[in-house]
Design a protein around this ligand. Structure first.
Ligand code: GRG
Ligand code: ZN
Length: 344
């Protein structure tokens, strides 16, 4: 159990050794991912391109290297791939899905190109996915999942069209996914999982319904996610994985409970997941890097204030909107927090 791990255990594992953040390697890694279109990795990620572009842009934005991305080109590609129902698929010619519609709108927000789309059309698409009980399906196959509740609220908040859905019903449904341990799952009765907790808490934060959350019980469950390695896992008895640095820390920020974990140990875990030759961050020390874990590892370091006072300039991430804070400020996005000292 994380809470029983001593500092000495961690020192024995060499976790206190200072490891640098390889910013130049990481920016090169992300830029090359988008340019080397003949690689196996590029071809094999065709089915999630829209989210891949969002992860890449975010990783670069957080490192204050967004200017190295071809934002005009990316935004034009997004605009050109919107489908007649108002949504987006993962790539040109793929069926529309709420997940990729959210990524598309986030990309346009980061690129400052939201005015290039018909927001009402997107809002109608999102509205068409809400069911009578307030939940959301992702697409025509009708799977219900709290990931989609978050995506719907997030997309409409960015587009200033929250009034197009029943927000009260949406947050009531999310509240029904709360479990006895204070955590949340993908549907009522499903096991608590840190990534689903993020979707639920962020959805409630947008929907102004955080009264459904037990701040201390959930804070405790999340703090328990820290493993001996310093990394965080997604549920009891599972391996630590860099992406939970985002899923867990973002909620702790919303709850005002980020001091409940050992931040130095988590920083060290994330830094040890870097590929110090090829760049990028993997899910676990020694594993191959990918852009998903690169983004969420950097997001974790940002929220841990790793870059404060260092030579690297960086942009802070907003824990509810998963966008750079400056973008949220520019768009006037507002979210509810238990303690809103640092976020708008
Ligand atoms: C804009 C940040 C943002 C998100 C959009 C897509 C989405 C909404 C949220 C995804 C939430 C989610 C459920 C992520 C899954 C993360 C993950 C590592 C799942 C692995 O689950 P298991 O069961 O692994 O394979 P564990 O770690 O439990 O062993
Ligand atoms: Zn992961």
């Amino acid at each position: 159990m994380a809470s029983l791990t001593t500092a000495t255990d961690r020192e024995d594992e060499g976790l206190t050794k200072a490891i640098p953040f390889y910013k130049d390697l990481h920016t090169k890694y992300v830029v090359q991912l988008g340019e080397n279109t003949e690689t196996y990795e590029y071809q094999a990620s065709e089915h999630l391109r829209m989210s891949g572009v969002y992860w890449s842009l975010m990783a670069m934005e957080l490192m204050n290297a967004g200017d190295l991305m071809k934002k005009e080109e990316l935004a034009a590609w997004v605009v050109s791939t919107q489908q007649v129902d108002g949504g987006w698929g993962a790539n040109r010619g793929h069926d529309t899905h709420l997940l990729y519609t959210t990524s598309a709108v986030q990309i346009l927000a980061i690129c400052g190109q939201l005015d290039k789309i018909d927001a009402d059309k997107v809002a109608s698409y999102v509205r068409s996915l809400q069911l009578e009980d307030g939940s959301f399906v992702g697409d025509k196959w009708m799977e219900v999942d709290t990931r989609f509740s978050y995506c719907a609220l997030l997309t409409l908040a960015i587009l200033k069209r929250l009034d197009r859905i029943d927000v009260k019903k949406a947050t009531d449904f999310v509240s029904q996914c709360k479990n006895f341990d204070g955590g949340f799952g993908c549907v009522p009765g499903a096991e608590s999982h840190a990534a689903q907790c993020f979707c639920c808490i962020a959805a409630l934060s947008i929907g102004n319904a955080l009264h459904h959350v037990d701040q201390d019980q959930l804070g405790w469950w999340l703090a328990e996610r820290q493993c001996d390695s310093g990394g965080l896992n997604g549920r009891p008895e599972k391996q630590a994985d860099v992406c939970y640095s985002w899923w867990v820390l973002s909620i702790l920020e919303i709850l005002g409970r980020s001091d409940w974990i050992d931040k130095e140990a988590l920083k060290s875990f994330i830094l040890r997941c870097q590929d110090e030759e090829g760049g990028g961050i993997g899910d676990h020390p020694g594993n191959m890097s990918d852009v998903f874990h690169t983004y969420f590892g950097i997001a974790g370091l940002c929220m841990l204030d790793f870059f404060d006072g260092k030579e690297h300039e960086f942009n802070q991430i907003h824990p509810t909107f998963a966008l750079p804070e400056y973008v949220c400020k520019d768009l006037g996005l507002k979210a509810q927090f238990f303690q809103s000292v640092r976020y708008p």
